[in-house]
Design a protein around this ligand. Structure first.
Ligand code: FES
Length: 168
């Protein structure tokens, strides 16, 4: 279960975000840059931040959710430490990326777009990452794994988990 958003723990980020909102308030097309800033600042769009922003901008919250759900760059849950994406662009898709993503879901016990219970792994939706000749491509926090196969899933997760143990 993801930790609940805390205004106190995020005080610095909140302060930065409020400055962004103040800078954009009243300007045309403000919603997108404000949401992008929230996503970067908090790593996701906390419900409390969306509610606060809607009041501040005097905009219905449904409008914020409307924009945020339309673009895959936004997420409503904190992401895991390792963001795994199985490219779903055309070249990867024809090389079995959809099945590969399902295999990752099974291995992690989560849905695409979800985060594992321990908060370590998120499966992030991605379209072409520009390495089509290496399809299917998996990336972990931006590091590419070319010609990825189902057999590599367990060793990869094991390697990332053991890196965690060593970090402790
Ligand atoms: S479609 Fe996957 S890298 Fe281009």
């Amino acid at each position: 279960m993801a930790a609940e958003f805390s205004w106190e723990a995020q005080a610095c980020n909140v302060e930065h975000f409020k400055e962004t909102v103040a800078a954009w308030k009243g300007r045309k097309g403000a919603l997108m840059p404000i949401l992008q800033d929230a996503q970067i600042t908090f790593g996701y769009l906390p419900r409390q931040i969306l509610e606060w922003t809607a009041k501040e901008l005097n905009t219905p919250i449904a409008e914020l959710y409307g924009v945020a759900t339309f673009y895959s760059q936004f997420s409503f849950e904190p992401l895991g430490k390792y963001n795994i994406s199985v490219c779903q662009g055309t070249a990867c898709y024809v090389k079995g990326a959809e099945k590969l993503q399902d295999d990752f879901c099974d291995a992690l016990g989560i849905e695409a777009g979800g985060t594992s219970e321990d908060g370590l792994f998120s499966l992030v939706e991605t379209r072409c990452v520009g390495e089509c000749s290496l399809a299917p491509v998996v990336s972990v926090n931006g590091e590419m794994y070319p010609h990825f196969t189902k057999k590599q899933i367990k060793p990869l997760l094991k390697k990332l988990r053991s890196a965690e143990v060593m970090d402790d």
